[in-house]
Design a protein around this ligand. Structure first.
Ligand code: SAM
Length: 214
């Protein structure tokens, strides 16, 4: 029998079923050309890029908090990309696009030089075994690509739960003459990614840092 002294929490609201409104925000680019961001977003505005956007909590939160900027999320898993698209459309976001391509390829071939205001790389796959380190996204070659796509004064932000990978990130960005250590705004640090929220809930410490393009 039900205990009458137990107070139940209010029911969690469930989003309305049915298709997301508006056209898809998933980009199908002409891979023979670099992006024209003003054409892609329909206006000239600062562009922020997230590599490996996952389920998109950071990307969606950022786009909602900064309507003055445009956000492009790169994610190779289609299910995650579709989730970002659906949630963005349900939230009525017009300053977000999602792209299914490999992150290094996008940086090297599709982003115009000096066009990015902020580059976010949060919890990239850590590849903890030494023989797999060559698969890591962030290495010396990555810093060169980041230096090319970031506009002067633009910033690269990184977060990870892997101290060894964090040491590698720190080493390669500190060694690049085009970058200087920067401070992350509190509001940015407060915006958690999906993986970060999960790590935080399990008490797993995480590392973060930022470098500004000189
Ligand atoms: C560990 S998850 C972190 C997701 C998200 N950043 C977060 O913190 O919640 C890494 C994500 O990056 C994506 N990913 C890994 N390597 C990638 C690559 N080279 N290009 C595009 N996406 C990649 C994976 O599919 C995965 O969704």
């Amino acid at each position: 029998m039900e205990d009458p002294t137990v107070i139940l929490p209010p029911p969690v609201p469930v989003p309305a079923p049915g298709p997301a409104p508006g056209p898809s925000l998933i980009v199908r680019p002409d891979i023979l050309r670099r992006f024209d961001f003003a054409a892609l977003f329909g206006r000239p505005a600062p562009v922020e890029l997230e590599l490996g956007a996952g389920d998109g909590s950071f990307l969606l939160g950022s786009a909602a908090a900064h309507p003055e900027s445009d956000f492009l999320g790169i994610e190779r898993l289609l299910g995650r990309l579709r989730k970002i698209d659906r949630k963005a459309r349900q939230s009525g976001l017009t300053n977000l696009r999602a792209l299914r391509l490999e992150a290094n390829y996008v940086l090297r071939w599709m982003i115009p030089a000096a066009s990015i205001h902020a580059l976010h790389v949060y919890f990239p796959d850590p590849w903890p075994k030494r023989r797999h380190w060559k698969r890591r996204l962030i290495n010396t070659g990555f810093t060169t690509l980041a230096a090319t796509v970031l506009a002067p004064g633009g910033t690269v932000f990184v977060r990870t739960d892997d101290p060894g990978y964090f040491a590698q990130m720190t080493e390669v960005f500190d060694a690049h003459p085009g970058f200087a250590r920067s401070v992350e705004p509190d509001a940015l640090l407060a915006r958690k990614t999906d993986f970060e929220a999960e790590f935080n809930s399990r008490g797993i410490p995480t590392c973060h840092a930022a470098w500004r393009r000189q």
